[in-house]
Ligand binder design. Sequence first.
Ligand SMILES: [Cu+2]
Length: 525
Amino acid sequence: MAPINGLNLRQIIYTRVHIVSIRYVSYVNVLLIEMKENKKEMSLNRKKSVVLTALLVAFTAFAGCLGDDEVSCGEGTELVDGECVPIADDKESNTVTFTLIGKDMSFIGDGEDIDGIINPDLSVPLGSKVVINLVMGEANLHDITLDEFDVATEQLYEEGSMASVTFTADMEGTFAYYCSVPGHRAGGMEGKFIVGDGKNTVDPVGSIENIGPALAVDTDNIARDPMLVPEPIERTESAIVHIYMEAVELTAEIEPGTTFTYWTYNGTVPGPMFRARVGDTVVVHFSNRAESMMTHNVDFHAVTAQGGGAAATSTAPGTTSTFSFKAMHAGLFVYHCATPDVPTHISKGMYGMILIDPETPLPTVDKELYLMQGDIYTKWRPGTVGHQEFDDEALFDENPTYVVFNGKFASFTGNNTIKAEVGDTIRIYFGVGGPNTISSFHLIGEIFDNVYNLAGLENPPLESIQTVLVPPGGAVVVDVTFDVPANYILVDHALTRTFQKGAVGIIEVTGDENKEIYDEDGGQN
Ligand SMILES: [Cu+2]
């Protein structure tokens, strides 16, 4: 299903009017069906029938008032797309209607046998005509999709809005109904649709189909420039530091020719690196673009409070929130979105870091870099040209197709290679957004001189380290001085991720050779 790029006001208003019309048309249909049933027992129920007729006339007239033209359908007919058509013969005999309320990452049954049941089994006889209504119990994005019957409602946003699928249950078996919004099926929006005895006569549809064409991109480069590190703080007094964040959903290339829909802070992966000093008060200004489909928020690992600020920043599209916190501890801290389904929001790019400098800052270096690793779950493997769709099953299995630095396959190679010179000391602020994979962070061809393990900046660094483990939601600060020219390769030393899934970047170091340190000819000359 193609992603929706934005609901504007006109669409929302149209949807509302349309739903109101559908509701009243539905009431009329119900009354017409009751009328037909009553007709068989007319002699016994003449009074009831008269009352129903009166009601029917009243509702029909009211429904007609909603449109430009007044439409009043006669007995035995119903209003479909503005026209009166005969009611199908099978309508009262084998139509099964269910209503589900989409709320809190589940479908809640509404009415009759399924009332109040979360993700209820929907059972129907073989051959039934099935109507499943989705009513939004919250402002979020939901739909109902049944792959095997090739039906899906539109994706709804407004609380109280409604959409339906209608189809014939023409094959026996047990199938899934689910919400196709990324992350929602994994988050719990799934139930069983059972036809007949529930034994499958054909295999349920698999999840692999052909990839669709690449989409137009909203940005040339999703990867945050690793050189964009805020300047070291020189002041020795505490201060109030304002930081500005915006949730931006956008499409970009994950690798050449292959697009992906990212959710980001400020339009890049990772979001901006922020910097403050221990003892500072940080004021967070968080906004969510009006075009966004999702609510977003931010959980700062640097915050000492409920959810790291997640509740305070839960922000619907087109709105802004703010909170402040005191930076109690020095360190390099991850921030990330904490809106359900949280792993989906993180995987799609919603993470970044804030550096809280200690009172006595780390020694100065020649260059500082900002890198974050993330794992992304798509339906197709890297190298597949087209638009990659998010894969909830792969996320559930924690089996990423891409593992990347700064959001993109092989980010810092080719034209985006990072440059340095012999003699430079580089400090790398490295974190893992995840959501799931641990990084075995390693620089091929070098040894980390100093490692501030787990980004604990109040502790002396470890020295002379080859590979450092960085957990999801964790970070490290490493210093490395380059002694000889080479292309040094940033990797996750779980190397399938480097060679197959994109976790690779190059630091190209130029300058004078030093044969004492490295002699390619083995000291023969
Ligand atoms: Cu989010």
